[in-house]
Design a protein around this ligand. Structure first.
Ligand SMILES: *Cc1c(COP(=O)(O)O)cnc(C)c1O
Length: 390
């Protein structure tokens, strides 16, 4: 018999009922160290006092008014995000897939508004993940996600991640833009090299295309800079954000340059819930912390410590771990054993981690972790590896 919750997820048999900082507490009272952050969402850990205060304070004022009226906190959030990035303007939605859908629409609209209505196709990359709507499924191009969902939405041409020649060869008269994750997240934590991203920028400029970065997973400080592309010193025309943006409150955003958003006039796009007062209040509170003095320095420092520990763990467990890669606190441990075995073992030992493609275990701890949390995670991982080796 089907479960009341539609069974689209194979869930672990644990339910968390309370969280505090980097820790989660299950129904039976057991404590877990959270190195998954709800898939890179709870970037400031659980029940962060500043976020709790922002949410509860706003909850007593007004929750929702629709985008037919000005929303002061949404406007403030847009000013702050654009001031901190390449962008001139922001649109708010509720999820990553929605942000990507909107980004794809912006690229098509840009082309039609600038005399090229024939340009509607996006170049995307193998191993990408952009969400589960019909268009973002086609953008991600993963057979296992597309299977059974009817004709794939037209307009997406997939090439090898990291291959600039192949990308340039795929550009045709109908190409509108290039869409890429600076680090393939779900696809197995493969960082793009800076030269590749710069090459995409050059190709986009040469052929009049928009360059879109999907920073849904990598954004908001996860990789040690506010946005991952800032480390490569290359800017997109459009960027999709979600996951960490609301620290656990659902909110997504599309950031764009004025030029890219030229066609986005009243009536061209919309969202009932997008950027409502509650979501905007919390996202502003997240930014207060992430933009705070020394916060990103802390992320880089603790990330380097975790990375070094993982490299050591890999070196002493060659039968379990193949290699470690990633940036900042978006780290992937490629396994020799099935990745699910290590994730399950770690969970049984009190550490939450997340599987990714390419037989990878992803570590996405909250950005507020300290070295003692890293030590605790490494100890659990070492114990889990030892158990798997037996
Ligand atoms: C999670 C993710 C998405 C989809 O976000 P949803 O909020 O689940 O729709 C899109 N792109 C990337 C890179 C992601 O990691």
């Amino acid at each position: 018999m089907i479960t009341p919750v539609m069974p689209t997820y194979a869930r672990y048999d644990v339910a968390f009922v309370k969280g505090e900082g980097a820790y989660l507490y299950a129904e039976d009272g057991r404590r877990y160290l959270d190195f998954g952050s709800g898939v890179a969402v709870t970037a400031l850990g659980h029940a962060h006092p500043h976020l709790v205060a922002a949410l509860t304070e706003q909850a007593g004022k007004v929750w929702h008014t629709s985008n037919l009226f000005h929303i002061p906190d949404q406007e403030r959030l847009a000013r702050r995000l654009t001031a901190a990035s390449f962008a001139d303007t922001a649109f708010f939605c509720n999820s990553g897939a929605e942000a990507l859908e909107g980004a794809i629409k912006i690229a098509r609209k840009y082309q039609s508004a600038t005399g090229h209505p024939e340009r509607f196709r996006m170049i995307t990359f193998e191993g990408a993940f952009h969400g589960r709507t019909l268009a973002t499924l086609a953008a991600g191009g993963q057979a296992k996600h597309l299977a059974g969902f009817g004709p794939k939405v037209d307009g997406f041409d997939q090439v090898t991640f990291g291959n600039l020649n192949e990308t340039r060869a795929a550009i045709g008269p109908e190409t509108a833009g290039i869409l890429v994750e600076p680090i393939l997240g779900e696809g197995g934590v493969y960082p793009a090299v800076a030269d590749f991203l710069r090459g995409l920028r050059a190709a986009a400029d040469e052929f009049g295309l928009l360059l879109i970065f999907d920073e849904v997973q990598t954004g908001m400080g996860r990789t040690g800079t506010l946005f991952a592309h800032q480390a490569a010193d290359v800017a997109p025309d459009v960027m999709a954000l979600a996951k960490g943006l609301g620290g656990g409150f659902p909110i997504g955003a599309i950031l764009a340059t004025e030029k890219a958003a030229i066609g986005m006039t009243p009536g061209t796009h919309g969202s009932t819930f997008g950027g409502n007062p509650l979501a905007s209040a919390v996202a502003n509170a997240v930014l207060d912390i992430v933009e705070g003095d020394g916060f990103l320095d802390h992320v880089r420092e603790v990330a380097a410590y975790l990375r070094a520990g993982l490299e050591k763990l890999a070196a002493s467990n060659p039968k379990i771990i193949k290699c470690v890669r990633g940036e900042g606190l978006l780290l992937g441990v490629e396994c020799v054993v099935p990745n699910g075995d290590l994730v399950k073992r770690a969970l049984d030992n009190g550490l939450v981690t997340i599987v990714a493609g390419g037989n990878v275990v992803r570590l996405l701890p909250p950005l507020i972790i300290e070295k003692h949390h890293v030590d605790e995670a490494l100890e659990i991982l070492a114990r889990s590896c030892a158990e798997l080796a037996n």
